[in-house]
Design a protein around this ligand. Sequence first.
Ligand SMILES: *Cc1c(COP(=O)(O)O)cnc(C)c1O
Length: 371
Amino acid sequence: MLLFTPGPTPVPESIRLAMAEPTLHHRTPEFEAIFEETRKELFKLLNTDEVVMLATSGTGAMEAAVINLCHNTLLNVNAGKFGERFGKIAKANGLKNVELKYEWNTPTSVVDVLKALEENPSIDAIAIQISESAGGLRHPVEEIAKAVKALRPEVMIIADGITAIGVEKIDVSNMDAVLAGSQKALMLPPGLAILGLSNAAIEKIGEGKGYYLNLASEIKKQRQNTTAYTAATTLTIGLNAILKEIDADGGLNKLYKQTAARALATRGALEALGLHSYPSSPALSMTTIDDENAHEIRSILKKDYEVNVAGGQDHLKGKIFRINQMGLIKTYESAWVVNAVELALAKLDRRAYDGTANKVFNELYFAQMEK
Ligand SMILES: *Cc1c(COP(=O)(O)O)cnc(C)c1O
């Protein structure tokens, strides 16, 4: 079965093997050396002033960022399940919360965010997804961060990059916290989250908030290449291995180029079949199609072509399907996926099979890669 869900993503065999070595104790020079190397790689990946690894799923990093960087009112952008989650985290922690809500195919805008800031002077942090995975939507986070910092530099910008870091190069210069998670673009099993932090964020964190998710204690320890509590040793070894593998494979820029080419080629191929791309501003992390036969298409892909793509949640259940673009994906696998979608449409008597998807995919992919 080809796993083409936008998280979890397949873990490459070399990484699974790296994680199969005997368990290391976390308070040893051997592990600390791996931790140090991994930190160095993460600085290259995130381009932030500080980085912290946490033994938690992505939601733990979201909560860590919110409780440590928001002390009054959180503005969250809700254009999907993950944006909605930021608001729930704020409320669960006794913070005030203002929400900007959109349909799951619609990005927010600089204008809307600045208006909300003006109307609510107590907002001291903004939380937003770079790529909102619920609908495969890209928010203009860089522009928003820039505009907010120009107006109210003390407002913290929390950017959830769990399906963006490792997918495309992000300009983090106006962001205070940038989040990544192991089981999406980093091709690892779930359980490790990463936060990149700005110096302004570190200043605001001060003594930190919370206990397990207190970022001040983690920053202090991690600067010494250790962790406040037991490190996720095996996942850290896996992260070290995958970041080295990306380097060995030509580096991050090559990965970003391939990912963008594959995402554009997949979307183009499916549109050539008459299918419709759901988000008005698609993220590169996944290709999301809304279709009345979304459920049937997914079933045929799984049953007849051994391809597992994701569906939708909540009101989009049975209405969309999402094809992963994150990670080191073989180009021929993506070509197989779009071809399988074309075959599924033929089985549903939607259109006769003529190889269009595969042809368009290859044309667009190689044209992009030759640029
Ligand atoms: C997956 C995901 C998360 C975190 O989810 P976990 O299940 O806690 O790892 C957060 N934000 C986005 C955009 C995601 O795709």
